[in-house]
Design a protein around this ligand. Structure first.
Ligand SMILES: Cc1cc2nc3c(=O)[nH]c(=O)nc-3n(C[C@H](O)[C@H](O)[C@H](O)COP(=O)(O)O)c2cc1C
Length: 163
């Protein structure tokens, strides 16, 4: 049985909804176990125990969110050279951009020798004012479907051995 690990950080709920949609999509594949862990809770051992990853983070201050960065900082060397070739994808929740967070994760994943199985899936919440940025987020059904499809594609690839 293959294992998919979804690592998520979310402050106002948007990224969590995206990650949970991916979890639902992947959950339809009976041959794959799916775990969703917060970035804070995820240890290097969790990475080593998984066959594929979905990293889900907001973009903050033109960078991946600090908690997600801390997860990568903490696990990068313990996992280095032990997860080579594993497939990964990323979900980014952003107010208006998201590209820099995606670029940073891509560099980290390149260092780990992971294989991207999809382009970064970026959802923009259009939150621009301080009030809107700090408000709870509600991700629309179409975007959640895209996240679910990504989760399903990852799980199908793991189950079939394509990845
Ligand atoms: C401190 C802070 C900085 C942010 N900086 C950016 C940014 O650089 N680019 C962007 O597109 N969105 C930025 N945002 C908006 C968040 O990405 C957006 O609110 C997103 O929905 C947060 O995801 P979450 O709901 O999972 O916490 C920022 C939000 C906060 C709180």
């Amino acid at each position: 049985m293959k294992a998919l690990l979804i690592v998520v950080h979310s402050r106002t709920g948007g990224t969590r909804q995206m990650a949970e949609a991916a979890q639902r999509g992947a959950g339809a594949e009976a041959e794959v176990s799916v775990r969703l862990l917060t970035a804070t809770a995820t240890q290097a051992e969790d990475l080593l125990a998984a066959d594929g990853y979905i990293f889900a983070t907001p973009e903050n201050l033109a960078a991946l969110a600090g908690e997600m960065k801390e997860f990568f900082d903490r696990t990068y060397y313990p996992a280095l050279d032990r997860i080579n070739g594993h497939p990964y994808a990323m979900l980014i929740c952003a107010g208006s951009d998201g590209e820099n967070a995606a670029r940073q994760i891509k560099r980290i994943a390149t260092g780990w020798r992971l294989r991207a199985i999809a382009d970064p899936l970026i959802v923009c919440t259009r939150a621009q004012t301080p009030e809107a940025i700090l408000a709870p987020k509600l991700i629309g059904a179409a975007d959640l479907n895209r996240c679910a499809e990504l989760g399903a594609a990852m799980a199908a690839g793991l189950a079939s051995g394509i990845f």
